[in-house]
Design a protein around this ligand. Structure first.
Ligand SMILES: Cc1ncc(COP(=O)(O)O)c(C=O)c1O
Length: 350
């Protein structure tokens, strides 16, 4: 009964098979492998963006930090939701890779920035004042850290604010597939058609072993990104193993099928949780992450039965008043089974 993180799931068999298959014989190194050519073309086709440039890295943090560094000067402000992974969980990597760009936090309910909140925050930056950081770029996350999804229309509304101020937009799509299958739009509508300039396109959380694509819809930063990736130690010599993962992930729409399964399991879990009077939802669930509160008593029973998930904030004490309500983050993945979900619900029902 694993609901800790989609990072805790293994690698989807077809992707693992592709890694093994690409092992035979030599292959050109450093991204010059023929599988990478196919990946580039697949991503261009999926996003209807023939001009897009594509780079692979092995972690989401590298994807975000390198993307932000390539679009924001060291003296720039990066506007992000206050819970953004780039702010909370990347150990200052965006600031480090960009040479000091400053993240400016934008509040917003359910993990989402609002256009008004973003505009206020950008307008408050001392643009033109040598003593202040200058307006740099906007980054947003979809699926958000709260488990909600920005619709394509909402992404467009955020991008419009950025564009009105002349700023580029990065989208942290560590769970882009889960966001996409939760919405009714196309990959293009969720990204460049809405105004996104650069996307971190996640693979790892949705069944890959360790690969993320950075998609530059604005290819003007291609050379800069290539240099930054190398300088940041993220240009893999035996790159074919990254390419093979991404290739298998995209092949035949596997990425969408895996995400659909994760979201379906989340919906099954949500339906069961909503039927429990002692469980309350903290945020709306749109994709494969949900946050609920429940009494410590129930949580203790679930733990005892072998369920695994995280309490928020990290470090919430396990011992305490039985009736105290705890905030639990429950994540499903491509590997979650209906039996796991039903077993967890049965255990909560007692
Ligand atoms: C929204 C989001 N972005 C980026 C990342 C970064 O991924 P990684 O842990 O591979 O650096 C994560 C990982 O949990 C994430 O949840």
């Amino acid at each position: 009964m694993e609901f800790g993180s989609d990072n805790n799931a293994g690698t989807a068999p077809a992707i693992l098979d592709a890694v093994v298959a690409c092992n035979a014989g030599p292959a050109p190194s450093y991204g010059n492998d023929p599988i990478m050519d196919r990946v580039r073309e697949s991503i261009r086709a999926i996003f209807e963006a023939p001009q897009a440039e594509v780079f692979l890295v092995a972690t989401g943090t590298a994807a975000n930090a390198l993307a932000i560094a390539s679009f924001c000067p060291p003296w720039g402000a990066v506007y992000a939701h206050e819970d953004a992974h780039a702010e909370v969980d990347e150990c200052g990597a965006p600031e480090f890779y960009s040479g000091g760009a400053k993240i400016k936090l934008v509040p917003g309910e359910d993990g989402k920035m609002t256009p008004e909140g973003l505009a206020r925050r950008i307008a408050a930056t001392g643009q033109g004042d040598v003593h202040s950081v200058q307006r740099g770029m906007v980054t947003l996350t979809n699926v958000t850290e709260a488990g909600s999804v920005y619709s394509a229309g909402e992404v467009a509304a955020i991008c419009k604010v950025a564009k009105d101020f002349g700023l580029p937009v990065h989208l942290d799509g560590a769970r882009f597939a889960n966001a996409l299958v939760a919405d009714v739009s196309t990959p293009a509508e969720m990204t460049w058609k809405a105004g996104v300039d650069v996307l971190s396109f996640g693979g790892t959380k949705n069944g890959c072993m360790g690969v993320e694509a950075v998609v530059l819809f604005d290819p003007s930063r291609t050379w800069e990104f290539a240099l930054r990736r190398k300088r940041g130690g993220h240009l893999f010599s035996k790159h074919r193993y990254l390419s093979a993962q991404m290739d298998a992930y995209l092949e035949g729409g596997l990425w969408l099928a895996l995400a659909r399964h994760a979201n379906d399991m989340a919906a099954r879990l949500e339906a069961g949780l909503r039927a429990l009077p002692e469980v309350a939802f903290a945020f709306p669930r749109d994709a494969n992450i949900q946050f609920v509160t429940m009494p410590r008593r129930l949580h203790a029973r679930a733990m005892k039965a072998g369920a695994h998930y995280y309490l928020m904030p990290h470090g919430t004490p396990l011992e305490g008043a039985p009736e105290e309500r705890l905030l639990c983050r429950l994540v499903t993945s491509w590997a979650t089974t209906a039996e796991e979900v039903d077993g967890f619900l049965a255990c909560l029902r007692g």
